[in-house]
Design a protein around this ligand. Structure first.
Ligand code: FAD
Ligand code: 2HG
Ligand code: ZN
Length: 503
């Protein structure tokens, strides 16, 4: 299922010489890898949709090593692809041709954690889940969470400005990242690691690197603000008969749950079917576990079943509350659930307060991406849209494609106005792709949306960015790129649209 490379030409970068290999072997003994079998995993992206042919994988341990690598590559004109956990979904993390892969896998040390302020400072290659466990032991949480947490690196999260499942509560990384250490293309180390909540000393340069997808510098360390771990968490998994009811539930939920609302996610029944069919997960509503709860008020609550017990719902929503008082949060959730059930906004549901059950319910949402990979070739769209139009696109696309697609599914971070539209087909189908694009981007532009809400542009979306950004903005982006990376060695062919299209 590959098409992303089409039309991309190799730029006139230098090719790797024996002298270059010797330099890197000396700089990083045992950590400059050339074995094609080892390189295979780093040359291919998570979706297995983009494959490069790099012959060198570098694994620095220190910022100084990253600096020396880039200084050398810049002088030689060798192109470099920074790589974290390689979980990116837009083909940004792997080489397109023979770029050297600079992996952050060994930059994996926590540097400091302040239990008073909650500020964590760590190297860029720390795995998100490991950081979550680390701060969790001290009663804090990471301000972001995503399905790829077991593999993605915090540096990769920063480089993509990842959103994820906690954004509704803690906001984007642009607010929670307090400082960055970045190595520029010429090897200069830019240290803006100020572990301060407030810092108005001129331009906020770190913002340039957040979401720059490895095209402006290599992030080597991150300071990030961690909130206290909420002592009470509840998760409601509810079924709705129509999308307007999902929207009304969202509106009501914001009003009634207020400050304890921490996530509002949705999936359609086609997604539910995919996780059931491909991953053998169970629909908790259909399975008749009418109400699974821990203690307190919720355990007494039996939801009225408006549909027959075995009916599938067309839509499912996950509502998470996080707070510091279990009784208070449960009472709020109780009142909200009563309201949505009696007004028939919600047809059916289940609630969990125990950790293992919460995890099982979250898996239904978090593992949709994985289930999709078992469904054939996946065409993936990550869109921001005004929330009232968010599912209209899925329905329009279903009608537009008819039987040409195997599945057209919608899910996402409804609370953030972020739709994940995924279309599958048994194999790569250029005619299907031509029917999807630019239709999907035109639709998004017409509704004043963004063609990339949280995944970035990478290789796959960069030439569609004009649907969301005006020409002067794109020209300025190229000017910034030229200023910071005049030889263009950092992650070429990614993020920025073809230069000619912006001149
Ligand atoms: P990589 O994939 O290795 O790299 C991504 C980009 O960042 C590349 O352009 C790379 O060159 C650059 N990069 C990586 N590290 C650095 C660095 N240190 N310095 C400079 N540039 C660097 N994304 C979301 O936003 N929200 C989600 O909810 C979400 N869920 C996901 C669920 C699954 C199952 C999967 C597979 C992916 C999901 N993603 C999600 C996408 C992906 O996980 C994120 O984009 C993540 O932030 C990428 O981190 P990574 O370490 O894997 O980066
Ligand atoms: C999610 O929210 C991720 O699950 C992945 O952002 C979305 O695979 C996708 O389309
Ligand atoms: Zn997402």
């Amino acid at each position: 299922c590959r098409a992303a490379h089409s039309g991309v030409r190799r730029l006139p970068f230098a090719t790797l010489s024996q002298q270059d290999r010797d330099f890197f072997q000396t700089l990083l003994p045992g950590r400059a890898l050339t074995d094609p079998e080892v390189l295979e995993a780093s040359n291919v992206d998570w979706l297995k949709s983009v494959r490069g042919s790099s012959e060198l994988l570098l694994r620095p341990r220190t910022t100084e090593e990253v600096s020396q690598i880039l200084r050398y590559c810049n002088a030689r004109g060798l192109a470099v692809t920074p790589q974290g956990g390689n979980t990116g979904l837009v083909g940004g993390s792997v080489p397109v041709f023979d770029e050297i892969i600079l992996s952050t896998a060994l930059l994996n040390q926590v540097l400091s954690f302040d239990v008073v302020s909650g500020i964590l400072t760590c190297q860029a290659g720390c795995v998100l889940e490991a950081l979550s466990s680390f701060v969790g032991e001290q009663d804090f949480v990471m301000p972001l969470d995503l399905g790829a947490k077991g593999s993605c690196h915090i540096g990769g999260n920063v480089a993509t400005n990842a959103g994820g499942l906690r954004l509704l509560r803690y906001g984007p990384l642009r607010g929670t990242v307090l400082g960055l250490e970045v190595v520029l293309a010429d090897g200069t180390v830019l240290d803006s690691q100020a572990p301060l909540r407030k810092d108005n000393t001129g331009y906020d340069l770190k913002q340039l690197f957040i979401g720059s997808e490895g095209t402006l510098g290599v992030v080597t360390a991150v300071s990030i603000l961690c909130p206290r771990k909420p002592s009470a968490v509840n998760l409601a998994f509810l079924g709705c008969a129509t999308f307007p009811q999902v929207l009304e539930t969202f509106q009501l939920c914001r009003g009634m749950l207020g400050e304890v609302l921490s996530a509002f996610e949705f999936l359609d029944s086609a997604c539910m079917k995919l996780v059931q069919d491909h991953l053998k997960l169970t629909n908790p509503i259909k399975a008749c576990e009418v109400f699974v709860t821990g203690s307190g008020v919720l355990s007494l609550l039996i939801l009225k079943r408006a549909l027959s017990p075995l009916a599938e719902s067309p839509f499912y929503i996950l509502i998470e509350t996080s707070g510091s008082s279990a009784a208070h949060d449960e009472e709020k959730l109780h009142r909200f659930l009563q309201e949505v059930m009696t007004s028939s906004l919600v047809a059916d549901g289940t609630v969990a307060t125990e950790d293992s059950k919460i995890k099982a319910l979250w898996a239904l949402r978090e593992r949709i991406t994985e289930a999709l990979t078992h469904d054939g070739c996946v065409y993936k769209y990550d869109l921001s849209l005004p929330v009232q139009h968010i599912y209209q696109l899925v329905e329009d696309m279903q009608e537009h494609l008819g039987t040409r697609a195997k599945n057209v599914v919608g899910y996402g971070h409804l609370g953030d106005g972020n739709l994940h539209l995924n279309i599958t087909s048994p194999s790569h189908d250029p005619a299907l792709l031509a029917a999807i694009e630019p239709y999907v981007y035109e639709w998004t532009a017409r509704h004043h949306g963004s063609i990339s809400a949280e995944h970035g542009l990478g290789l796959k979306k960069r030439n569609y960015v004009h649907f969301s950004k005006p020409a002067p903005a794109l020209r300025l982006m190229w000017q910034i790129k030229s200023l910071l990376d005049p030889r263009g060695i950092l992650n070429p062919y990614k993020t920025l649209p073809d230069r000619a299209s912006t001149d």
